[in-house]
Design a protein around this ligand. Sequence first.
Ligand code: NAD
Ligand code: MG
Length: 369
Amino acid sequence: MSRRGVAILGATGSIGTSALRVIARHPDQFRVVALTAHANREALDQLVTAHHPVFAGLSGSAGGGDVLLAAATHPDVDIVLNAVVGAAGLAATLAALDAGKRVALANKESLVVGGQLVLEAARRGGGELVPVDSEHSAILQALGSAPTSSVRRLVLTASGGPFRASSAAEVVTATVGQTLRHPTWSMGRKITVDSATLANKALEVIEAHFLFGLPFDAIDVVVHPQSIVHSFVEFVDGSMLAQLGVPSMELPILYAFTHPERSTDVGIPRLDPVAMGSLTFEAVRHDVFPMLSIGVGAARRGGAGAAVFNAANEVAVGHFLDGRITFGGIPEVVGETVDTLGSLAGGTRQELLDADARARAHVEGLVRC
Ligand code: NAD
Ligand code: MG
């Protein structure tokens, strides 16, 4: 089979870097066709020298808006790895699916903001949506060819983040330094904060809802501090299947490229059940981590609810990282914004973009006063 061409949107990030390692181990199967970065020209230049893509561009430069779309729809590209952070990834996901590409989706915000539009684009263009998120990759693998009607519920695992065992008082006053020290995963700053607040798990419940076509009532979350079991599927007969692996994104990235086939890989450490020791599970402390229920509650409203939650969270996380609000301020401003704007209409792309913009402006207003 000829080598499949890959575009990596957000190539300088955590997922982008992992993906380039995966591709470098499989030069017979994949070739880098397009790379984008947002602002760091020097880092992008280094990647161009190392990987010789046909196309490379900075999405944050003047006129950079078209860079993501050009990479996502390039004729030599078969697989688009969307590893951009935030709602900024939506347009490229839609364009790639419309162009009939396989989208290996790390940018979960695409599905959170525009889930219905993304599914429609895939149907229209014949593109294929394959998750990179480790939980959703686990579910995809555990499901196999089982029909949705045979599934009772999905159980997403969450590491619990750095404050899993902290008191409520410690959590609301957590510093940026403490928040960025994730116990099991090394990731970009925004998702690391989202993992600490559990906003990330809200985004993932919404992502699972659209990917697997199950109602929110059939998607649960359990805390699993070792991050070895990447999620469970419970079938109607009570049987549960899980997928296990070391906490490395290289495995779900590779699987998103090869699904439903598998490829041998020598770069990812193998899992030794004896060395793994004990695997533990505990309930989510919703009172200490309200972002999970705020996010899922927003999505249950339908319309632009999830888009409003996502936009408010993106802006709040930025202000937390810049020291303008506290850790406890994140659920405060996001919850207030969802209460105020969560019922906005979101049937069209324009309505979703308007709701996103209004939510961002609303948080800015709250932070300023
Ligand atoms: P990161 O911050 O390390 O990298 C983000 C990349 O996107 C960089 O290349 C950056 O230049 C680019 N970028 C930033 N802002 C952009 C914008 N406005 N437009 C276009 N490009 C932009 O982030 P990451 O940890 O690699 O995460 C990327 C995505 O993958 C996120 O949606 C995240 O939720 C998801 N994800 C990450 C992990 C992980 O382990 N890091 C796991 C699961 C899902
Ligand atoms: Mg995940």
